[in-house]
Design a protein around this ligand. Structure first.
Ligand SMILES: [Zn+2]
Length: 77
């Protein structure tokens, strides 16, 4: 499972939700994540303006457990 520490260790910074989904083949929705502030900032990885994720909510963690990191389809919601 990807944790926020995994990401911070890899990048040294927090990155946006789009990048996390891309990097780790996840499908996290905005409500699955915790953000450092309420307005979007520039993401250090993609350089685009986005919501920087600083943590995952329980729903986001559960989602990761049910989704295969290899791109397989998880159980339908
Ligand atoms: Zn990004």
């Amino acid at each position: 499972m990807v944790t926020i520490d995994t990401i911070r260790r890899r990048y040294g910074v927090h990155i946006c939700r789009r990048c996390i989904n891309e990097e780790y083949h996840l499908q996290l929705n905005p409500e699955n994540c915790i953000y450092d502030c309420y307005y979007p900032r520039k993401c250090p990885r993609c350089g685009k303006i986005g919501n920087i994720v600083t943590g995952f909510r329980l729903s986001g963690k559960a989602k990761q457990l049910f989704l295969s990191p290899l791109g397989g389809k998880g159980p339908s919601e």
